[in-house]
Design a protein around this ligand. Structure first.
Ligand SMILES: [Zn+2]
Length: 60
């Protein structure tokens, strides 16, 4: 079976992963309620998309 001939050192492994990181998701402000929301998605706090009511929002 093909196997790596040498173990990858922690340094080499971590260097390979330097560009692998989490980034904060992009948010836009809802034109209706001005809450932060994900772009191209229904606003979860007022249930509108393109100023149209599309889902019911349960009041907590
Ligand atoms: Zn909204």
């Amino acid at each position: 079976m093909p196997n790596p001939k040498h173990k990858t050192s922690k340094t080499r492994r971590d260097k390979r992963r330097t560009h692998i990181k989490l980034s904060a998701p992009t948010t836009v402000l809802c034109p209706q309620c001005h809450e932060a929301k994900l772009p191209h998605r229904v606003c979860l706090s007022c249930g509108t998309y393109k100023r149209r009511q599309v889902i019911e929002v349960k009041e907590g």
